[in-house]
Design a protein around this ligand. Structure first.
Ligand code: NAD
Length: 475
């Protein structure tokens, strides 16, 4: 399957060429250029804004049936196009094909869930004396500017598009310039399913230019961003200047508490593959393994053994279990973080180096006994590195889990039912998996606390985040 030609989609038209600047999209498995992506200029963004305004006026009055038909139709089309979408995602982002196929299914599940939610955007009637009436209604917030990163090239755009469309908003999506064709493929499914072309558009550009332009416009009423905490804080400030609503899904540094009452092999069988999924470039990746002393050595040695057996290669090859990193910045960051940690006294058990000189491959790595002042213990590594440290007891393990300002996903493994409840209460995070790494689902809110952001995507909360409340009092 050939990689497609790229264009922005503005007011239903494919927009490219015309002397616009371009970005070269690269296959991270080979380093080869896949295509040239046109970047928006100010006039493109103004056109997208004016279109989004029209799109909002039209779509806010759409019926639940219309919204459901579009979402269900798009879900059907994504399923029909699953193989092509998955191959495009792997070509531009690098992940194994099997993981890209799952991203399509995540979108299918989410769109079908939202197709049901559109019938449940209830308000309420307040108790009032005869002759008076007070109602509370939910209305779509307005045109949304949505920024999606490259790590889930299909799933992130699906989230960013699905919720506003279900709520009756219009949306301008700026997906990652590094993985544009996947985002365009998801949007095309919505348009082919009958979404009016002014309701959802896709632009690309120099990220800072696009975000300043869109967030500087009074037309945009909501910012939805997924990406790093640093960029998220910057965008939240821009949004605050115009009191725009925000949903911020930012970085994490997932703690994993492993107590000494568990079946160590079972934990390893779940959490080692979870660590290396998408080469660790996952905001909810299990990162800091906080292991009770009695099982520490077995756990660490088992992890090292499993990491060493992972088949790394081009995501298009059927036997590949871990692909390349998505861009050249990631292996550079891995080298910096591992170098800093080992200089400060951490032990590197496996990995710690690039693979070959083609593409952006990095070996699955394991560090242990890492000092807490190492950068990697404080900064989201966003890569295939497991950090394993021993701790004496529950209090120390909880303290380490809550040490950082991040609070996205956390995991705990213990067979003690009372401890499970204590942990669930004590850990400061938006999501926690106890004896499981499955923390997402179309019906489940996905989001963090503290520096990991605010607001949720998915679940009823995802649509709710695109609605505002109005109280009407009639005398
Ligand atoms: P980055 O922080 O510059 O970019 C992250 C994403 O934000 C990209 O998609 C980028 O296009 C976008 N972005 C950057 N500046 C922007 C701006 N001013 N306006 C709008 N969008 C902007 O750097 P990166 O090298 O791509 O990634 C580095 C870090 O980002 C990772 O280490 C990780 O911590 C974080 N990240 C998080 C997620 C997530 O799912 N939460 C996804 C990708 C990256």
């Amino acid at each position: 399957m050939a990689y497609p030609d790229l264009a922005m989609i503005i007011d239903g038209e494919r927009v490219s060429g015309g002397g616009r600047r371009t970005h070269l999209v690269v296959n991270p498995a080979t380093g080869a250029t896949l295509a040239e992506l046109p970047l928006a200029d100010a006039a493109d963004l103004d056109r997208a804004l004016e279109t989004a305004q029209r799109g909002f006026r039209r779509w806010r009055d759409s019926t639940p049936h219309e919204r459901a038909a579009v979402l269900q139709g798009a879900a059907r089309l994504m399923l029909e196009r699953q193989e092509d979408l998955a191959r495009i995602a792997t070509m531009e982002q690098g992940k194994p094909l099997a993981e890209a196929r799952i991203e399509v299914l995540m979108n299918v599940g989410l769109f079908n869930f939202y197709a049901g939610e559109v019938f449940r955007l209830y308000g309420r009637t307040l108790v009032r004396p005869a002759g008076l009436r007070s109602t509370v209604t939910k209305e779509p917030v307005g045109p949304v500017a949505a920024f999606a990163p490259w790590n889930f090239p299909l799933g992130n755009p699906g989230r960013k598009l699905g919720a506003p469309i279900a709520a009756g908003c219009s949306v301008i999506l700026k997906a990652a310039e590094e993985a544009p064709a996947s985002a365009l493929g998801v949007l095309q499914c919505l348009l082919d399913a009958g979404l009016p072309s002014e309701v959802a558009q896709a632009v690309f550009g120099v990220p800072d230019e696009v975000s300043r332009h869109l967030l500087g416009s009074p037309i945009i009423r909501k910012l939805s961003f997924t990406g790093s905490t640093v960029v998220g804080k910057h965008l939240a400030k821009l949004a605050a200047d115009d009191c725009k609503r925000t949903t911020m899904e930012l970085g994490g540094h997932g703690p994993v508490l492993v107590f000494d009452d568990v079946d160590v092999d079972q934990v390893l069988a779940t959490m080692a593959p979870a660590k290396y999924r998408n080469a660790g470039q996952v905001c909810v990746s299990p990162t800091r393994f906080i292991v009770q002393e009695d099982v520490f050595e077995r756990f660490r040695d088992g992890f090292v053994e499993r990491a060493g057996k992972i088949v790394v290669g081009d995501g298009l090859d059927a036997e590949t279990q871990m692909g390349p990193m998505a861009n050249p910045r990631r292996p550079d960051a891995m080298e910096r973080l591992i170098g800093d940690a080992t200089r400060k006294g951490a032990t590197l058990h496996t990995g710690g180096e690039r693979i070959g000189n083609r593409g952006f491959f990095y070996k699955p790595s394991v560090l242990s006994e890492i000092p807490l002042d190492a950068e990697i213990m404080n900064e989201e590594p966003f890569g295939p590195i497991a950090l394993i440290n021993p701790f004496a007891d529950e209090d120390a393990m909880i303290a380490e889990a809550n040490r950082l300002p991040y609070g996205l996903a956390a995991y705990a493994w213990t067979s003690d039912a009372k401890r499970q409840r204590r942990i669930a209460r004590a850990i400061e995070s938006g999501m926690i998996g106890i004896n499981t790494n499955m923390i997402g689902g179309a019906d489940a809110p996905f989001g963090g606390v503290k520096w990991s952001g605010h607001g949720s995507e998915d679940g009823p909360e995802g649509v709710e985040a695109c609605l505002v409340t109005k109280a009407v009092h009639e005398g």
